[in-house]
Structure formats: C-alpha cells, structure tokens
Design a protein around this ligand. Structure first.
Ligand code: PGA
Length: 251
C-alpha cells in the first residue's frame, strides 16, 4: 500500500525567518514518521527551502504553480525548467484560487500538468466544485470535466500525477467536507482514473479543504483518500505534524 502524502500549500504566506523556524520544527518533529510529505512554497523561497530540506527525504519541495509555456516573453511566469533548477518534486496546478483569480481554464491546467510531467515534476492537479455547483447537483460533472481535460492532454502519463479533490466551499472556510462526502467524490475520481490508465493504482488522490489536526484521521481513513493538501494548518508546525502523524497511522 502506498504511503499517505501530506502536502502543505503555504499559499502567499511566509518570510525567510518564519519559513526557517516552521521547517525546523516540522523536520525535528517528524523524524521516523511513516508518510510522505511536501511543502509547496512561494517561488521566492524555493532556494531557501531547498537548502533547509537537503539531506533528508521525508519532506519534499513543491511549487504552487508552473507556467503552461516552456520559455520566452511571459513576464512573471516560472517555467518547469526553472523549478527543476531547485530540484522541485511537486507543482500544484489548477488550484481553485488560480482558476478563480487568474482565470485558468481546464485547458491551461492540462498544459501546466504536461509541462510539469515533461520536466519530471509531479503535478498535483486540483479539482473541485463550488457551492453553487454542489447545490445544483453538479459536483460529479464538474470534477470529472476538470480531470478529463488533464487526462485528454496527458494520455498514459497521467499515471504519474497526483490529484487533489478540493471542494471550493471547504477551502479556508473551516467547513470541511464530511469523510463520506469526500470519499464519494474520491471514488468517482478513482473510477475515472482507472478507466484512463492501467496504472491508476499509482495515483494518489488527496483531499484538501480545511483539513486540520482534529479531522485529518477520519478523512485519511477513507479507502480512496490517499493524503491531504493542507492550507492554513500547514503554517503551524504542531498542526502540520499532527496531520502527518495521522497519515502515518492510516498508511
Ligand atoms: P485550507 O486550504 O486547508 O486552508 O482550506 C487548502 C488548499 O487550498 O489547498
């Protein structure tokens, strides 16, 4: 059975000093844990965090986005090749905040996943419905459409992705999907991946959206929840460590 993946998404938070103390506490507190972990940090801190994480293998380095373009006149963008220079292992693509505030389409997200994959970086592909979608009974339709775009563009390479189900209404709101609600959607995504590749067992499907120290164990105990993508709780070492510990138990 694969180990649970607990990935922190720091979003636009941090400073040189805060990152150093957060990571020191996470590294000190996680020795011997039986999960995989990652921190997806702002691009400005990739070099700093690469240095802090060097020499250990439990916590990997991740980025929060990657350009859909390879190189050239794209001011402000960061390419997969540049992420490679910092030995980045994961890149989040299609986070709902990128879809919402930067108008990223399903097609753009699929291209970003492709750029990451061709650079040997594992894309963490985020999908999730809004509250309006859920109330209209469209949850399944929306997440399947978002994932289908990535499958269509990436073909058999999708066995190398990670998927994160993040209901938009649960992100940063303190309103978590119940374990049953999350499992229901994870099972849908699992079936879609199974139909697309014979290596779907390799693909971890993470849950994200107000996962915290108190609710992680129950969510991670669901059969199709392979880990978590953690926002707010990843900024506090004791909380992130508690989620990693929960992931180590239900590995
Ligand atoms: P949250 O964010 O844990 O703060 O809800 C999760 C995410 O957006 O990845």
């Amino acid at each position: 059975m694969k180990k649970k993946l607990i990935a922190g998404n720091w979003k636009m938070n941090g400073s040189l000093a805060a990152n150093a103390s957060l990571l020191q506490a996470v590294l000190d507190g996680s020795k011997g844990m039986n999960c995989q972990a990652a921190v997806c940090v702002p691009a400005a801190y990739l070099a700093q965090v690469q240095t802090i994480l060097s020499g250990q293998t439990l916590v990997a380095l991740g980025a929060q986005d990657v350009s859909a373009q390879e190189v050239g006149a794209f001011t402000g963008e960061i390419s997969a090749g540049m992420l490679n220079d910092f030995s980045v292992r994961y890149a989040i693509v299609g986070h709902s905040e990128r879809r919402q505030y930067h108008a990223e389409s399903d097609a753009t997200v699929a291209l970003k996943a492709q750029r990451a994959l061709s650079a040997g970086i594992t894309p963490i592909v985020c999908v999730g419905e809004t509250l309006a979608d859920r109330e209209a009974g469209k949850t399944e339709e929306v997440v399947k459409r978002q994932l289908a775009a990535v499958i269509h563009t990436n073909g058999h390479c999708i066995s190398e992705i990670v998927v994160a189900y993040e209901p938009v209404w649960a992100i940063g709101t303190g309103r978590t999907a119940s374990p049953e609600q999350a499992q229901e959607v994870h099972a849908v995504l699992r079936a879609q991946l199974k139909a697309a590749t014979s290596h779907s067992d390799r693909i971890s499907i993470l849950y994200g959206g107000s996962m915290n120290a108190a609710n992680a164990a129950q969510l991670l105990a669901q059969p199709d929840i392979d880990g978590g993508l953690i926002g707010g709780a990843a900024l506090k070492a004791p909380d992130f460590l508690a989620i990693m510990a929960a992931g180590s138990v239900s590995a």
